[in-house]
Design a protein around this ligand. Structure first.
Ligand code: DP6
Length: 326
């Protein structure tokens, strides 16, 4: 019997309006909608090969066998794909990132988006974009946003069936750039899967969720209007609100480093001077510094002298998950 294989690439995404906390942890049904941009310069490439001869799934991550927990997560995801296809075969999954691992850039979004497309194609399924986004969501919530192209909104939905992401604008709509200030960091953060489960222990989470639809609408409109100043204010506010919830959950989660906070104070001051720039942070200390492409040299020039900034990765908006044939 022949092997069935396929390769896909996907980009991670940076959330402008954050996903933090679930209504249903098993299905990754989020507590609120979120909004993001795919990061075109950063890529995960994943090959999946199903074969009748394999006794178990295996996972090679960046040229080395993956940790047992990572394999278990991927294997559970493949169970869903096998169930959809009605096939018992196990698979070999080989995945590589073109961005530095251990630099604190979450790769679960691009990993599960690429895995969703590669695995479904290899096994002979042809899901439409919404179904693929829903499937990726089971692997990692934010992965559903790495399926469609460009600027993307995750509709929280009422049920499993209507919780998926869709494009609000293509990558070329706005020349927004993410300059990721990678900080030297000694601490290993608590992963987002564990973090989502703590969100409801913060008394601030209900307040954050109450305002989320309005912030999302304001941010969506600012993107559509290419209105940087409105965008900057709502993005920073939404990031601060998420971190207020993280810091006040039980146990508290402090993802910032002193250098992150230093940048969070400095970047609005640059904006007050006239530079169009703002920040957002995910579940880690790195600072995502958003600006327009014409200002990238200036932003890099200002970020690089910070002693804690190890390097600055620059990415424009990116496309959808896609198959590669070579
Ligand atoms: C802080 O999607 O990484 O980056 O579903 O457990 O994999 P899992 O969580 P994940 O959570 C992302 C959290 C965030 C904010 C965001 O991207 O919206």
């Amino acid at each position: 019997m022949p092997d069935f294989f396929s390769t896909a690439i996907a980009h991670p995404n940076i959330a402008f309006i954050k996903y933090w906390g679930n209504r249903n942890n098993e299905l990754n049904l989020p507590a609120s909608g979120s909004l993001s941009m795919n990061l075109g310069a950063l890529t995960t490439r994943t090959m999946v090969r199903f074969a009748p001869s394999l006794a178990a799934d295996s996972l090679i991550l960046n040229d080395a066998p993956a940790q047992p927990l990572a394999l278990e997560r991927v294997s559970r995801f493949l169970d869903r794909v096998r169930e959809l296809a009605g096939t018992p075969y196990h698979a070999v999954v080989t995945s590589t990132n073109n961005f530095p691992t251990g630099a604190g850039i979450a790769s679960s979004a691009s990993a599960f988006a690429a895995l969703s497309l590669a695995a479904t194609t290899a096994i002979g399924l042809q899901p439409d974009e919404a179904s693929l986004s829903r499937l990726a969501r089971y692997g990692s919530g934010s992965a559903c946003r790495s399926v469609p192209t460009g600027f993307v909104e995750w509709l929280p939905g009422d049920t499993d069936a209507d919780s998926f992401a869709r494009t609000i604008a293509p990558p070329g709509h706005w020349d927004l750039v993410d300059c990721i200030a990678i900080l030297h960091s000694k601490h290993k953060p608590v992963g987002s899967t564990a973090g989502h489960r703590l969100a409801d222990t913060s008394p601030f989470q209900p307040a954050r969720l109450q305002g989320a639809p309005t912030r999302l609408a304001v941010c969506r409109q600012a993107i559509l209007d290419r209105d940087f100043n409105t965008f900057a204010k709502i993005v920073e506010r939404d990031s601060n609100l998420m971190h207020a919830v993280m810091m006040t959950s039980i146990p508290p989660l402090f993802y910032w480093e002193p250098a992150s906070l230093e940048l969070m104070k400095t970047i609005p001051a640059w904006r007050a001077e006239g530079l169009q720039v703002c920040y957002t942070l995910d579940a880690g200390p790195n600072v995502h510094v958003l600006c327009l492409s014409k200002d990238v040299p200036e932003v890099k020039k200002r970020l690089e002298p910070f002693p804690q900034v190890q390097r600055v990765l620059v990415s424009p908006p990116g496309g959808a998950v896609q198959l590669v044939t070579d």
